[in-house]
Design a protein around this ligand. Structure first.
Ligand SMILES: Nc1ncnc2c1ncn2[C@@H]1O[C@H](COP(=O)(O)OP(=O)(O)O)[C@@H](O)[C@H]1O
Ligand SMILES: [Mg+2]
Ligand SMILES: [Zn+2]
Length: 571
């Protein structure tokens, strides 16, 4: 048993100013973590206990799925990152350092290169496959905007796993095994998660799913179908077919109209007394040094991830005013697709068949009306370039998509042979032929998961831990630390509970009862036993479930069984 008076649980009455979301505020207020600097946190004893519990759940399920735990260095020679080209791709995010001999090193943001190099050295035959290696380790990322406490930190703990198989068919089996393990991990952590299709980003590879904890504070936008199982990150979400955007009689001819002082979509729409949907938005990009003009419905936002993928571009930037001037012959704000020459033109698929629209005339203070895409621009390249949004049709079944926010706690990827080819992770098949191993990689943000649990499980009084993760499953609150019989009974109950494997925190502090009850709700251990003079006079102690708020009274002899049942329920 541990006594609060001897612990370090520095609870706070007020939320620290820079904590914006409930889970971050509660981690600080309940005395779980303290900030060293932006994106860098110390775990205090209660926070560390909860963190170790999340790690234990992750470890048990990874072991159960047959993955092998290893521990790789956090410090990597630069050279291995150059071999896959990712030193450049991840350059912004990597912390780079030098040793005393001026050799360049990086602090690992992830470990595909390192594990693949290991496999290249250790595995040579199909008989040694499949293998799945995992570790629970600190990662370092120089995030542009570290925020929300542990949610997006510069240093955080990740569980990362990497599978190696002889073919993509069996690699799919490894992928499914990790997917299933993740479902169990998050459910054991008391989390409700939504699994969504995800973009593969800098990782490369063919297929990927993210495990999202739905929360208003989530950094990721997702859409889900109200009717079928389709759900996807907004970075990649598609939409079903929509009727063409037809705004007026198709036979009206293109007309130039003076639009003084109307430059933005909103200003031009207001000028014509219409909605932005009738506008054709014209954006100029520079993709790997080549100009590209992108057309979208005026009320839609370009999805640059989709755009970069369609263009096959590794670098994509909005053109600056000078470049826009050169390409369109007009200042930014008046660009339109009509009459553009020597530039790649690409339109969002939703513009197919669009007519009666309004767009820029490539002249200061002028716009075109009665614009018809096919008639006025000809055969234009069409692609899915915009973000899906609330109310759009589902790409699978046509029913309505709904937008939600999510916290990405886990991510699984099918990687293929990108890394094994570049780093020589090859194996010999039965006939002695050499092939690259087929890989998958699987991450869980362990520290982020811990905070996501709090984000999803709290009320206005504090945290509501599941027993699996709680720093302790039970708190015994001694109402008056000066009342000897209460203290003695509390200690006796604690010893009995610990004998059946239930760890206990005793609040033995010489403080006002109200203060201690508030702290108990704030720290949020699943079961609270209160021992006090008044109830003892009636021969009972009080037991409260943090999750349901239900309070019952029991004779001390009966408490053990009641508490054990409550702890088992507290998932
Ligand atoms: N800066 C961070 N702070 C805390 N956790 C992070 C951070 N970046 C990533 N994670 C966690 O690690 C997991 C695996 O990372 P990865 O998918 O490579 O990250 P990202 O999607 O941000 O590129 C994520 O699902 C997330 O839970
Ligand atoms: Mg990710
Ligand atoms: Zn659907």
């Amino acid at each position: 048993m541990i006594r609060w008076s001897q612990q370090c649980i520095p609870t706070l009455k007020e939320s620290p100013q820079d904590a914006e979301i409930p889970s971050h505020q509660l981690m600080l207020r309940a005395g779980l973590i303290r900030k060293l600097a932006g994106g860098l946190y110390t775990f205090l004893p209660m926070g560390l206990r909860a963190l170790r519990n999340v790690e234990r759940v992750v470890r048990e399920e990874m072991d159960r799925a047959g993955a092998l735990e290893i521990l790789m260095p956090a410090l990597h020679p630069r050279d291995i990152w150059d071999r896959t080209g990712r030193y450049d791709v991840l350059s912004d995010v990597m912390f780079k350092i030098k040793d005393r001999q001026q050799r360049e090193l990086v602090l690992g943001p992830t470990h595909e290169e390192i594990v693949t190099d290991l496999v290249a050295r250790e595995i040579s035959s199909y008989r040694q496959l499949p293998k799945n290696f995992y570790q629970i380790q600190t990662k370092f990322r120089d995030e542009i905007r570290p925020r929300f406490g542990l949610m997006r930190a510069k240093e955080f703990i990740m569980k990362d796993a990497y599978s190696f198989d002889v073919s993509s068919e069996v690699a799919d089996v490894s992928y499914q095994a990790m997917y299933d393990a993740y479902v169990r991990i998050f459910s054991r952590c008391g989390l409700r998660t939504k699994i969504v299709e995800a973009d593969t980003g800098a990782m490369g590879g063919q297929s990927s799913h993210e495990f999202m904890v739905l929360a208003d504070s989530g950094e990721d936008g997702i859409v889900e179908c109200e009717s079928c199982s389709y759900a996807a990150n907004l970075e990649r979400a598609e939409t079903g077919d929509m009727p063409p955007l037809v705004f007026d009689d198709a036979d009206k001819t293109l007309e130039v109209v003076d639009t003084p002082n109307a430059r933005t979509i909103a200003e031009v729409a207001a000028f014509f007394d219409t909605t932005p949907a009738q506008m054709v938005k014209t954006l100029v990009y520079i993709a790997d040094d080549q100009p590209v003009v992108v057309l979208l419905p005026g009320d839609r936002d370009v999805n640059e991830i989709k755009l970069a993928r369609v263009l096959g571009a590794s670098e994509l930037n909005m053109a600056d005013d000078a470049q826009v001037g050169k390409i369109t012959g007009a200042p930014t704000g008046f660009a339109g697709p009509v009459g553009l020459k020597n530039v790649r033109l690409i339109a969002d698929r939703k513009l197919a068949g669009c007519c009666g629209a309004i767009t820029g005339a490539n002249e200061v203070d002028k716009h075109l009306i009665h614009f018809d895409l096919a008639r006025d621009v000809g055969d234009v390249e069409l692609a899915d370039l915009s973000f899906a949004r609330e109310g759009d049709p589902c790409p699978r079944c046509g029913e309505t998509l709904h937008e939600k926010r999510g916290i990405e706690v886990g991510h699984v990827f099918k990687l293929g042979t990108k890394y094994s080819e570049k780093l020589g992770a090859l194996y010999l098949d039965e006939s002695g032929k050499q092939h690259p191993a087929v890989m998958g990689c699987y991450g869980i943000g362990v520290t982020r998961t811990l905070q996501a649990i709090i984000e999803q499980r709290h009320d206005e009084h504090g945290i509501i831990w599941p027993a699996s993760v709680a720093p302790y499953p039970v708190e015994i609150l001694v109402i008056s630390a000066k009342h000897e019989p209460s203290v003695a009974l509390a200690e006796k109950l604690a010893i009995e509970l610990e004998a059946i494997g239930i760890q206990v925190l005793i609040d033995d502090r010489d403080e006002r009862p109200g203060f201690k009850f508030k702290d108990a709700d704030l720290l949020g251990l699943p079961v609270r036993i209160s021992v006090g003079e008044k109830s003892l006079a009636r021969g009972v102690v009080e037991v409260k479930s943090r999750a349901t708020g239900e309070m019952t009274e029991h004779a001390p002899e009966a408490v053990l069984e009641v508490v054990q049942a409550l702890v088992e329920e507290a998932v």
